[in-house]
Design a binder for this molecule. Structure first.
Ligand SMILES: [Fe+2]
Length: 338
């Protein structure tokens, strides 16, 4: 007969009984070991390969009832079947409450013994499989979530590229705004989750510019009042474009409000101070700084020092003073190390 996988430990103080069980179960292909008392049993269990223990309730020294909880504590995946004289049935039932799978009564009906062993090992196998499946499932859910996050990031990046293809002056702008925004957010001690959000929002904060007429977008001279109004729509347009893919309200509001001013004179909603979402207040500083220091069709780039002075001058009016200070701090540190 093919050897079955099950490794069984027979714990009984009577050698004749051990031999009887061993003969029967070995004959069925199980690999059997014997222990005459609790100490020997614990010694054999140390190998960690025992799948099932047949445990005599009444033994000199430590009885099976005392050994059972020790086995369950140290080897929770090992199945235990209690062996008892009929008179001990209530004790055996108690043992099952403590985690024994079954109990068999003496004198043994060997067919019942083998049935019980089969059932216990099958039950154990299913339990282990089930646990394995659960663990696997959690892992798959985690992997799935990572994939979704990655494809969201890719979609956002594709949008940023789409804008750059249309407006050469935003080329590199979104990336730089993102880097500076993340630096400020880090310095402000924002949690990791917010850093990821500001990274995404930074990349697409100007995505609404896709909706700006090219004649206006690349106009070399200054804009008319009407053209200004048209350009200003880009923050609302951006929110609308992102709405179907970015369920995250913080990202959407960071895009919508990146041109609000701390003193309430910005657009589109004229929000003031802390009413403006923090991510938008951060992007506003990074965005303005990068705009000032980049060459535009209608003006030359400002020096970084001059741009910093401008940020400082506008702290508390255009910019959140705390964010402006942190930006200047980060900027000074960066230029020192550069
Ligand atoms: Fe913008």
């Amino acid at each position: 007969m093919m050897a079955k996988q099950g490794e069984i430990l027979i714990v009984d103080d009577e050698e004749a009984i051990r031999r009887l069980l061993r003969q029967k179960l070995s004959g069925e292909g199980y690999h059997c070991q014997e222990a005459g008392n609790a100490g020997q049993a614990l010694e054999k269990l140390k190998a960690g390969t025992t799948e099932l223990v047949i445990l005599d309730i009444k033994m000199p020294g430590k009885p099976g009832t005392k050994l059972l909880p020790e086995i369950k504590a140290s080897y929770p995946d090992t199945a235990v079947i209690m062996a008892t004289a009929i008179a001990d049935a209530s004790i055996a039932i108690n043992c099952m409450k403590q985690g024994a799978y079954d109990y068999i009564t003496k004198p043994f009906n060997l067919d019942e013994v083998s049935l019980s062993v089969n059932r216990a090992l099958e039950k154990r196998r299913l339990e282990l499989e089930n646990r394995d499946y659960q663990q696997h499932l959690e892992q798959r859910v985690r992997e799935q979530a990572d994939k979704i996050r990655a494809s969201f990031f890719n979609a956002i990046t594709a949008l940023a590229y789409a804008l750059e293809a249309k407006d050469v002056y935003t080329s590199g702008h979104s990336q730089r705004v993102t880097e500076v925004s993340v630096d400020i957010a880090k310095e402000l001690g924002l949690p990791k989750e917010s850093l990821e959000k500001i990274r995404l929002a930074g990349l697409v904060h100007d995505i609404g510019k896709i909706g700006i007429r090219e004649s206006v977008l690349n106009k070399p001279g200054s804009l008319t009042v009407e053209e200004f109004k048209h350009v200003r729509l880009h923050s609302e347009t951006g929110e609308r474009i992102l709405n179907p893919i970015a369920e995250d309200k913080e990202i959407l509001s960071a895009v919508r409000h990146h041109h609000e001013r701390y003193d309430g004179k910005g657009y589109p909603d004229g929000l003031k101070g802390e009413q403006i979402p923090q991510l938008a207040r951060i992007i506003a500083v990074a965005d303005t700084f990068d705009a000032m220091t980049s060459e535009r069709p209608y003006r030359k780039a400002m020096s970084r020092e001059a741009a910093c002075a401008e940020i400082e001058r506008c702290r508390g009016t255009q910019f959140d003073p705390e964010v402006a200070d942190v930006f200047l701090e980060v900027w000074r540190l960066a230029s020192k190390t550069a």
